[in-house]
Design a protein around this ligand. Structure first.
Ligand code: CP
Length: 308
């Protein structure tokens, strides 16, 4: 049987990305469609989440599906020692799709290999977050009118930030120029820089974050320093407030610039940026609903034609 899981954005071709954007557009035009009546979606969140879980659950509700799952693994039998394999096999007896966030890198891949129903990776450790990437791509497409030839600045925790890893991989088809802005401790990992080299993706690395550096940006993608991934909390304390975007830094930026952030933000975007028309992070999170409606339909085998 074809495995329709979404584990990594690397599974998507350029055509598939553009197709999923078309699907998301349809759901933005009309989010309430009872296309998944009779289906059950399981949301298994072994790590905290606000947007990803609630937008997947809202997507399921708007599509007429029912939802089971948990937001807190402490309330499940994993605290009694149940292993992930057994949990996945059990839940696949109840649900038609499993949406899972897990703290272990590779957990979603493993789940997809043992599950008879599709698995959607809602974030696995510092590895990948492909549904976030689809909403990021949709947001970039909506605000720039294209995904091609953009200057994309990734700022902050590029070491542990799974959203930047997924976004970088997805953009390989669209001739981007990346700027990686991070302190030494949080630099883009070598494996992703190697990925850029193998796929002809241009990038420059910076340690400074200031007005001059971001003057040519089309997309400024801010990220939170991922406290939960640090083994040494002293190191976290040293870098946690290293970059803060303030409204006055945006004065000489391009008119088409949009500021994205997967959220939650901690200190990296000052509140005075929120009223700047270039701030797009809350609309970006809203786009997550439409992108996730598209993903749920797609993993269940529905096509653009079915959606109508
Ligand atoms: N962007 C994102 O993954 O947010 P949550 O952790 O709130 O789901």
């Amino acid at each position: 049987m074809e495995n329709r899981s979404l584990v990594t954005i690397a599974d998507y071709s350029k055509e598939k990305i553009l197709y999923m954007i078309e699907m998301a557009k349809k759901f933005e035009n009309s989010p309430n469609r009872k296309l998944l009546e009779g289906k059950v979606i399981a949301t298994l969140f072994f790590e905290p989440s606000t947007r990803t879980r609630l937008s997947f659950e809202t997507a399921a509700n708007r599509l007429g599906a029912k939802i089971i799952g948990f937001a807190d693994p402490k309330a499940t039998s994993s605290t009694k020692g149940e292993i992930l394999k057994d949990t996945i096999i059990m839940v696949s007896n109840y649900a038609d799709v499993i949406v899972m966030r897990h703290y272990l890198e590779g957990a979603a891949r493993y789940a997809s290999e043992i599950s008879p129903v599709p698995v959607v990776n809602a974030g696995d450790g510092a590895n990948q977050h492909p549904s976030q990437t689809m909403l990021d791509l949709y947001s970039i497409y909506k605000t720039q009118g294209t995904l091609e030839n953009l200057n994309i600045y990734l700022v902050g925790d590029l070491k542990y930030g799974r959203t930047v890893h997924s976004l970088l991989m997805a953009m390989r088809f669209f001739n981007p120029t990346f700027h990686f802005i991070a302190p030494e401790e949080l630099k883009m990992p070598e494996e992703y820089k190697l990925y850029c080299k193998e796929h002809g993706i241009k990038y420059t690395e910076h340690v400074d974050f200031n007005e001059e550096i971001i003057a040519e940006a089309d997309i400024l993608y801010m990220t939170r320093v991922q406290k939960e991934r640090f083994t040494d909390l002293m190191e976290y304390e040293r870098v946690k407030n290293i970059y803060i975007l303030r409204d006055k830094m945006l004065e000489n930026t391009r008119p088409n610039l949009r500021i994205l952030h997967p959220l939650p933000r901690v200190n990296e975007i000052a509140y005075d940026v929120d009223d700047n028309p270039k701030a797009y992070y809350f609309q970006q999170a809203q786009n997550g609903l439409y992108a996730r409606e598209a993903i749920l339909c797609d993993v269940l085998g529905m096509t653009l034609e079915d959606i109508g």
